[in-house]
Ligand binder design. Sequence first.
Ligand SMILES: CC(C)(COP(=O)(O)OP(=O)(O)OC[C@H]1O[C@@H](n2cnc3c(N)ncnc32)[C@H](O)[C@@H]1OP(=O)(O)O)[C@@H](O)C(=O)NCCC(=O)NCCS
Length: 152
Amino acid sequence: MDKNTVTTLVSKLISAEETYPVRHPVLRKGRPITTCRFAGDELPDTFHVGGFLKDKLVAVASFYNANHADHNFIKAAQLRGMAVLDEYHGHGFGKQLVLSGEELVKKKEKITLWMNARVSAVGFYTNLGYHKVGPIFEIPLVGEHYVMFKKI
Ligand SMILES: CC(C)(COP(=O)(O)OP(=O)(O)OC[C@H]1O[C@@H](n2cnc3c(N)ncnc32)[C@H](O)[C@@H]1OP(=O)(O)O)[C@@H](O)C(=O)NCCC(=O)NCCS
């Protein structure tokens, strides 16, 4: 997609399995499709947001009801599985999807949204007003991460 193209993504709630065509190539490339299933995906409080350009799903993000005792996050939600198809990076789609997810999380009366941010994505979340907390840590097979959070 041309880097100068500016367009609006349409965000819709989708099922966990509907995220796989984006989760798989972006977050679990070369690994079995079963690795796209995350713990908690099917819980009633979990929701998944898809970002569509016309009918094409190009971005996904999932939100889980999850406090974090180490950092005293209560009434909190966790963002996982944030992914934009490679050829659609840099058009503001990731940002649009996180912002629409934040609005839905707020409606559930959460006060904090947090994530385990890949080191390569820290700048993306910082740009959206998230802060790093605690030391860097390793998630096996995925890499180094920081916990990041925002009061919403
Ligand atoms: C990280 C990711 C979701 C960003 O999505 P994107 O659609 O390319 O990002 P956007 O175009 O919405 O970027 C929004 C802003 O963040 C900035 N930004 C985006 N990615 C960045 C990065 N990796 N580091 C620093 N800044 C970044 C952009 O420059 C833009 O800044 P602006 O608003 O000042 O113009 C996407 O690159 C991706 O899917 N990466 C691979 C998977 C991944 O790392 N997911 C996160 C796991 S924790």
